[in-house]
Every structure is written in C-alpha cells, then in structure tokens.
Design a binder for this molecule. Structure first.
Ligand SMILES: Nc1ncnc2c1ncn2[C@@H]1O[C@H](COP(=O)(O)OP(=O)(O)O)[C@@H](O)[C@H]1O
Ligand SMILES: [Mg+2]
Length: 360
C-alpha cells in the first residue's frame, strides 16, 4: 500500500554491515592461529611418534578461558586429518558429554560406528579398542574438568595401544585431584597457554574483523575501543561479543559505519557476556557466585557459613577451590586483608563491575 508507513519498510535500507556472521562465533575456526605457533608445534611433536608405529605423548593443556586453547588444538587436529588417514581423531567437549557412557557413545559416533544401541559401556569400549587398535588415535577431551567420572580415561589408557590423549582445562589444579591410578598411567606433559598481551589481542581481533566485515565498515577509534576492552577482560570472546553487539547496534540505527558510540553501547551490555559465561559453571559453583552477587564484599569464612546454611555440601577446602575457580574465571576478585583481631582473611568481591573499572 503506497503511502502507508510499514514496520518493515526499512529492511532493505540498512543492508547488513556484517559480511560473514559466523566469523564472529566463538566456535569459528580461523585458518591460522597466530601467537600459538609454539604450542601447536609442540602438540604436533607429541603426535609424531604415531606416524612411526609408536605411541604418542599425553598432554594436559591449561590456561585461562578465551585464550585459544580450543582453537589452537583444533587446528592441529585439522592439519593432522589432512595429512594422514592412518590416525583416528576424536574431539570431545566434556561439557556436552560429561559421563563415561556419553563420551564412549560420542566416540563411536566420531569413529563412524553406528550400532551402539543396547550396548553398555564395556561393550562400547571394546568396539572403540578394536577400531582404534587397527591404526592409531588422538583423543582430545576439552573442558575435561566437567566430566563426572573417569572410567573412560582409564579404559582408553589401558586398552588402546598407540595413542595420544590431550586434556584441556582452565584449571591446572585439576590434575592434582585426579585418581592416582589414572595419573600414573597418563603422565602428561604440561602445556600452559599464557595470556595474550594487548597487541596480540588486537591483532587476533583484527583478523576476525577482516573476515566478518566489509572493509571500511569500522571506524578506527571504534575498533581501538573493542581491542582495549578485550585486553581488559583478557578474553578474546569479549572482543567478539563487542564487535557483534556494536555492529548490530549500528545496523539498528541504520548507520553505514560502526562508530565508537556503538561500541560504547555494546560495552554497557558487557554484563550479558559474563552472564552467558556463567552458564558454563557447574551448578554448585554458580550457587556460590549467586551468594557473592547477593552479598558482595564479605569474608570468605562467612560466605562459607551462608553456603552451608543454604544446603551447600563439601568441606571448606572444596569451597576454597571453587572460589579459586571463580577468581580464575574472573567472575570474582579476592582481596587479602591483613592483620586485625581475626588475623588474615580474604574478602570476596563480585566482578561484574568490569565496565566500571575504567570509564572512557
Ligand atoms: N591466536 C588466535 N588466533 C585467532 N583466533 C584466536 C586466537 N586465540 C583465540 N582465538 C579465538 O578466540 C576465541 C576463544 O578462543 P578459544 O580457543 O575458544 O579459548 P579457550 O579454549 O582457551 O577458552 C575463539 O573464537 C578463537 O577462535
Ligand atoms: Mg575452550
């Protein structure tokens, strides 16, 4: 109807500023993973014996969230698959598959074995061994700290002859908690992923920006702001969140360019990014975070009492470990306060104020 202003009249005006939206997904795998060449080379070295009829080396890959552990490892696997048909590759995210049974099912699926119905874990494991032992295999268990039992690890270590097990976690301490019977068979090499510096963070984000957007869409100060904020939260995903949110903001205002004001609008929604990451926490750890959110700035001991009162289980040691995990994941900050009648104590602060850390 000409002359009537429709709700969707604008749809063709503001053509999307985003050329390749997938490039802004956290799971998107770029061709190259700069600044992780050393780590990738090392992982390749651990796999190489498999090419010579020997067994490979196991690795525990650790480091903070959002710094390329998954991406760098997946690129190594991709290269390996392109290089050889003689080595099976299994990649499992233990957040999605968190029990021995689920992990073995998924493993069968990735190995191309379909007749899993009515098979129990022992039978599934037999199938996997008989397939893998005809060749060699690399198993990657990402977010290994999310698994509820370790029987599958024990079985793979025992029953597969030529293999590498790569375990990825944000928590190096996870290894200490591991059963001695598994630890002694695993004897992993440790590969630590260090944090990116601001320059590296910016380069990585620029690479993604070039894939995701038409050239000239981004104002220089706007991108500078994204890079600065991502360096502050020390998590590449924070930068990807800002790029996407800012671009959508600009689009909704029918702009042809993403400007600093759009990034500022995105920064003010940074809380959503942290809330989203919270979904990755275990229930119990999230409960503790809720406690801190409701009542920030308390002593760790008092917090533990509240936790117990609300039905929280486990020792003070376990509680401290969960608190440490929340700190590592940057949900909270711990402040050591010395002296006083009560001696030293730790004050637990909430971290959603990240955007308040520095007003720009
Ligand atoms: N060196 C890098 N080069 C390109 N992209 C990277 C690099 N490091 C991280 N990324 C990207 O940042 C995001 C987070 O990385 P990811 O591997 O998921 O982190 P982690 O597994 O350590 O939590 C992913 O989208 C990943 O592609
Ligand atoms: Mg990861």
């Amino acid at each position: 109807m000409p002359g009537v202003m429709g709700l969707f009249d604008n749809v063709h005006m503001g053509a999307s500023l985003i050329r390749n939206e997938q490039a802004l997904d956290y799971e998107f795998l770029p061709k190259l993973i700069p600044f992780r060449e050393g780590e990738q080379q090392y992982l390749a070295t651990c796999i190489k014996p498999l090419f010579n009829q020997r067994s490979g080396r196991n690795v525990l890959i650790h480091g903070l969230p959002g710094i390329g552990k998954t991406a760098a490892t997946r690129v190594v696997l991709r290269d390996l698959e392109e290089q050889s048909d003689d080595i099976y590759v299994v990649y499992i995210n233990c957040w999605q598959h968190n029990t021995t049974y689920k992990i073995l099912l998924e493993t069968c699926d990735q190995l191309g074995y379909k007749f899993t119905q009515n098979k129990n874990t022992t039978e599934l494991m037999k199938v996997i061994a008989s397939i893998c032992n005809k060749k060699a295999a690399v198993f990657v268990f990402d977010e290994i700290d999310k698994v509820e039992d370790f029987d599958f690890l024990y079985s793979l270590l025992e029953d597969i002859f030529r293999k590498c097990l790569f375990l990825i976690t944000n928590y190096k301490s996870w290894l200490m908690e591991l059963d001695e019977r598994i630890k002694s068979r695993l004897t992993p090499e440790l590969v630590e992923f260090r944090q990116y510096n601001p320059h590296e963070t910016k380069e990585i984000l620029r690479q993604r920006l070039d894939i995701a957007f038409h050239p000239t869409v981004w104002d220089v100060p706007a991108f500078d702001l994204v890079a600065k904020k991502a360096a502050e939260v020390k998590d590449i995903r924070g930068g990807l969140f800002l790029m996407k949110t800012a671009a959508l903001e600009a689009e909704s205002k029918l702009q042809r360019k993403v400007a600093a004001e759009h990034v500022q609008a995105a920064v003010s929604r940074m809380d959503e990014f942290f809330v989203k990451n919270q979904e990755e926490l275990e229930d119990d750890t999230r409960k503790i975070l809720d406690l801190v959110t409701r009542d920030p700035g308390r002593k760790i001991g008092d917090l533990f009492h509240s936790y117990q009162k609300e039905g929280g289980k486990g020792s003070y040691k376990t509680f401290q470990r969960k608190i440490a995990r929340l700190e590592q994941n940057r949900f909270i900050t711990l402040e050591k306060s010395g002296g006083g009648a009560g001696g030293n104590t730790t004050i637990v602060h909430k971290n959603s104020d990240i955007k308040k850390l520095d007003e720009f």
